[in-house]
Design a protein around this ligand. Structure first.
Ligand code: HAM
Length: 423
């Protein structure tokens, strides 16, 4: 028998890989525009790194890690996530002490989960981690960054931001005790998974999809009632900032996340366009983790984007998307307009640095120039003739979209291209 792909792994043939590169590059451009710097991290780490950070009693560490003994007998694991590695590297490279850092990484992660659409055993994340900033303004910045990237990729209208706070480590512990005290006498009514979690990771019960369990939880103590003043102030501050920035969100008091290191803010960007695996990006604050891994107390927060899921969402939003070297093709009707056209296009390139704009060279009939534009794969053509120059306007003709032709002044043209994500 031929050797086949390992279950849960995926190939990305060239056509799919083009969309991947596009999505990743756009997201990374936004990270750079917020001044985040890339850090490269290894795929293999000591198993102990993950049990001490993600948590001994989480699904990830209990049953999803690819762990093995190397030839010296040390237990090592393929990384199931990037935050723990990033903190380890930050400590080991001396990046965290008394400093502010904004970092990002990208690459494959590995979890032995049951594969289905949107859930794979090797999947890609782009993660961002920021260190040394305790204020809610940093939490808001991370969310603003995500929102900007989703906007840029044209998928913002398909995503909803869910937000919660877990409070400080102390308030979380107090809540945990209260929840266990409430659920212990009702143990028999819980689903099997939740019974198991009652000892090991009771907060995760809030996440249960089981209807009976959810019903039972309706009367359970609420996390919000256990927050101390500082935790509440942090959350209120974040909410006010998001409102001022015009970033919509929904507070989900049941959002607890499946990793142990979170404190205060937690969030998920979710969609209903992908079926069961609807969380596209997730993260939060983890003020205790640096210290837990041997550093000085250092506030920190971050998120990881599931690139596989973002690519799936992009496919839903733009099924006919094709990558090409050209976004916009400028046709020049007469040699007399060449310099005017070239100068205008150069202004557009300067204003929209990612726009791929080609000016037709060599003259010829409009029909032939438009055929070249079609062949180039451009989404739109800019038509410039005598009338346009006299009017100081440009005719915008969509080639791949069903939208009417328009004659626009420079500013309107630029904004139309920007709004169409051709930037
Ligand atoms: P996470 O929620 O475990 O968080 O993963 C983040 C994202 O990775 C998920 O929302 C999802 O999009 C994607 N993902 C996770 N598992 C799979 C899978 N099996 N197949 C496809 N996609 C998957 C973390 O990993 C944290 N390190 C996030 C973070 C960073 N928190 C603070 N900083």
């Amino acid at each position: 028998m031929n050797v086949q792909l390992v279950r849960g792994m995926r190939d990305q043939p060239p056509e799919a890989a083009r969309r991947w590169s596009y999505v990743e590059t756009r997201f990374q451009q936004v990270l750079a525009s917020f001044s985040y710097e890339e850090i490269r991290l290894p795929l293999l780490e000591s198993t102990a790194l993950f049990s001490r950070s993600v948590g001994e009693n989480t699904d990830i560490v209990e049953k999803e890690m690819y762990s093995l003994r190397d030839r010296d007998g040390e237990s090592i694991s393929l990384r199931p996530e990037g935050t723990a590695s990033c903190v380890r590297a930050g400590l080991q490279q001396g990046l965290l002490f008394n400093q502010v850092q904004r970092l990002w990484y990208a690459g494959p992660m590995f979890r032995y989960e049951r594969p289905q659409k949107g859930r794979y055993r090797q999947f890609e994340q782009i993660g961002a981690e920021a260190f040394g900033m305790a204020g809610a303004d940093l939490d808001a910045e991370l969310l603003q960054l995500c929102a900007a990237a989703f906007q840029r990729l044209g998928v913002a209208d398909k995503l909803t931001l869910e937000l919660n706070t877990l409070g400080s480590a102390a308030s979380r512990q107090a809540y945990r005790d209260a929840l266990v005290a409430f659920l212990e006498p009702r143990r028999g009514q819980l689903d099997e998974d939740s019974q198991r979690r009652l000892e090991r990771n009771p907060l995760r019960i809030l996440d249960s999809k089981n209807k009976n369990t959810q019903g039972l939880l309706a009367d359970a103590p609420a996390l919000a009632d256990f927050l101390d003043d500082d935790s509440r102030a942090h959350f209120d501050d974040l909410r006010a900032l998001l409102e001022q920035l015009g970033i919509d969100y929904r507070v989900n008091p049941r959002l607890v996340r499946g990793l142990d290191y979170y404190t205060h803010t937690v969030f998920e960007w979710v969609t209903d366009a992908l079926g069961a695996q609807g969380t596209v990006c997730a993260g939060g604050r983890y003020d205790g983790l640096v210290e837990q891994l041997g550093g000085r107390p250092t506030p920190a927060a971050g998120f990881a984007l599931g690139v596989d899921r973002l690519v799936l969402l992009h496919e839903v939003a733009f099924p006919k998307w094709q990558s090409s070297a050209v976004d916009a093709y400028c046709a020049v009707l007469d040699p007399a307009q060449r310099a005017w056209a070239m100068a205008l296009c150069q202004r557009l390139r300067a204003d929209l640095p990612a726009l791929k704009l080609r000016v037709h060279s060599g003259g010829g009939k409009l029909k032939n120039q438009l055929r070249r534009a079609d062949q180039s794969g451009a989404v739109c053509a800019l038509l410039i003739g005598e009338d346009e120059v006299n009017d100081n306007r440009v005719t915008l003709k969509w080639l791949l979209r069903d939208q009417p032709q328009e004659r626009l002044d420079y500013e309107s043209l630029r904004e139309r291209l920007r709004a169409s994500n051709l930037q």
